[in-house]
Design a binder for this molecule. Structure first.
Ligand SMILES: NC(=O)c1ccc[n+]([C@@H]2O[C@H](COP(=O)([O-])OP(=O)(O)OC[C@H]3O[C@@H](n4cnc5c(N)ncnc54)[C@H](O)[C@@H]3O)[C@@H](O)[C@H]2O)c1
Length: 348
C-alpha cells in the first residue's frame, strides 16, 4: 500500500483512541488524536473528576470515565494512549495489551528494565502495536540531523553533548533523570543506531523528597565515541542544546530557536601526518562556513499520533517501538544504579 492509499484508508476508518491521564501532557494527545483524520478520541479517562471535566471540551463526543478498566471492554476503544505518572505505565499498558488494545505509552516506557522487557514480550505475544512517545524523533530538526549523519556530512562522529536544564517542574514519582533524559537518550539512540557499552552517572537531591533534581550521565559507545548529558530542574536559565561533533563537520541543535534550530559548522581540527609535522605541531584548525538547514515549523506530536494510527492499521513496526522504549529504560536503570553507587562505571 502506498502512502496516499494508506492516508485515504485511515480517514475512512480512523482508529478509536482512549486517552488515559488528562493532566499536563494528556490534553496535547487529546487535541492531536482528535484532529484526525487517522484517529478519533472515543474515550477520556482520569482518576480526577475535576481534570476530566476540564478537558472534556477537547473531545465533546468522547465517553468520560474515572475507571480505566471499563475502557478495556469497550469495543469502540481500539487503542489506549497512556499519559499517567511513570509509575503507573507498566500496569496500565499490561492491562490494555491483555485486553487486545494497541498501546501508545508516554516516555519513559516503564520504571525498570524488567517491566519494560515484559511489555515488549507481551505486545509481541498478543500481536498488538506497542509504541512509546519519544516525541523528538518525530520533529523536523532531529529528522534533519539524522539525515545529515546518515549522508556522512559530519564524517565519523566523535561525541555528543547534551544540556537540558531549567527551573523545572519537580515530579513526585521520578527524578530528573527519568523525567528529562528519556528525550536525550531516545534522540541519541535514533541518531547513532547503536547502544553504549558502559556508563557512569552522578546526581544530587536538594529537597527533602530524596529524588535527584540534577544529574550528569556519560555514555561510552567504545572506539572513542562518547555521549554526555546534563539534566537539571534547578537551573536559573533554560538551555536545550545538543552538540554532535564529527571528523568533517559538527552541528549544534538549539531547541529554543524555532527559526534556526540546527546550525552546521564546517569547523574542526586537521591532523598533519607528514614526517616533519610529526616532530612538531600536529594539529591544525579549520574554520569554514556556518549554515542552517531550512525547516517547516510543525508539531512533532501530530506526527507521533499519525504514525501510531498508521502502525495500528498496517501492522508496521513503529519507529519508537517497545524495543526502543526498552533500550532507553535499560540505560536509565543502569544510570540509576551508577548514581546510587556514587558514580560507579556500569558495563551494559
Ligand atoms: N512527550 C513529552 O514531551 C512529555 C511531556 C510531558 C510529560 N510527558 C509524560 O506524560 C506522562 C504524564 O505526565 P504529566 O506531566 O501530564 O503528569 P500529570 O500529573 O500532570 O498528569 C497525570 C494525570 O494522570 C491521572 N492519573 C493517574 N493515575 C491514573 C490512573 N490509574 N487512571 C487514570 N488516570 C490517572 C492523574 O489524575 C493526572 O491527571 C509522564 O509519563 C510524562 O513523562 C511527556
Amino acid at each position: 500500500m502506498n502512502e496516499v492509499s494508506i492516508a485515504s484508508d485511515l480517514s475512512k476508518n480512523p482508529v478509536g483512541v482512549a486517552v488515559v491521564g488528562c493532566g499536563y501532557w494528556g490534553p496535547n494527545l487529546i487535541r492531536n488524536f482528535s484532529a484526525g483524520p487517522a484517529s478519533r478520541v472515543v474515550a477520556l479517562c482520569d482518576q480526577n473528576e475535576a481534570t476530566l471535566n476540564r478537558v472534556g471540551a477537547l473531545a465533546p463526543t468522547a465517553r468520560k470515565t474515572r475507571d480505566f478498566l471499563t475502557l478495556l471492554t469497550d469495543p469502540a476503544v481500539e487503542a489506549v494512549a497512556i499519559a499517567t505518572p511513570v509509575g503507573t505505565h507498566a500496569a496500565l499498558a499490561t492491562a490494555a495489551l491483555e485486553a487486545g488494545k494497541h498501546v501508545l505509552v508516554e516516555k519513559p516506557l516503564a520504571t525498570s528494565e524488567r517491566e519494560a522487557a515484559k511489555l515488549v514480550r507481551l505486545a509481541e505475544h498478543v500481536g498488538r502495536t506497542l509504541m512509546v512517545d519519544h516525541t523528538f524523533l518525530y520533529s523536523a530538526p532531529i529528522r534533519k540531523i539524522k539525515e545529515l549523519i546518515d549522508a556522512g556530512e559530519l564524517g565519523e562522529i566523535f561525541y555528543l553533548d547534551s544540556v537540558r536544564i531549567n527551573l523545572g517542574l519537580f515530579q513526585n514519582d521520578v527524578n530528573v533523570l527519568w523525567d528529562l533524559a528519556p528525550h536525550d537518550l531516545s534522540i541519541v539512540d535514533y541518531l547513532l543506531g547503536r547502544s553504549p557499552i558502559a556508563l557512569t552517572a552522578t546526581g544530587a537531591c536538594h529537597t527533602r523528597g530524596g529524588l535527584e533534581d540534577m544529574a550528569y550521565l556519560h555514555l561510552d559507545f567504545g572506539e572513542g565515541l562518547l555521549a554526555s548529558f546534563h539534566v537539571n530542574w534547578l537551573s536559573p536559565v533554560k538551555v536545550r542544546h545538543l552538540i554532535v561533533a564529527g571528523s568533517k563537520k559538527s552541528l549544534v541543535y538549539n531547541d529554543l530557536n524555532p527559526w534556526e534550530p540546527v546550525k552546521v559548522y564546517d569547523r574542526g581540527i586537521t591532523i598533519d601526518e607528514t614526517t616533519e609535522a610529526r616532530r612538531g605541531v600536529l594539529i591544525g584548525y579549520r574554520t569554514g562556513d556556518i549554515w542552517s538547514p531550512h525547516m517547516e515549523p510543525e508539531e512533532p506530536l501530530r506526527n507521533v499520533v499519525r504514525h501510531f494510527a498508521e502502525c495500528v492499521r498496517t501492522g508496521r513496526r513503529p519507529l519508537s517501538d517497545g524495543e526502543a522504549g526498552l533500550r532507553v529504560v535499560r540505560i536509565l536503570d543502569a544510570a540509576q544504579r551508577s548514581i546510587e553507587s556514587g558514580g560507579a562505571r556500569i558495563t551494559l
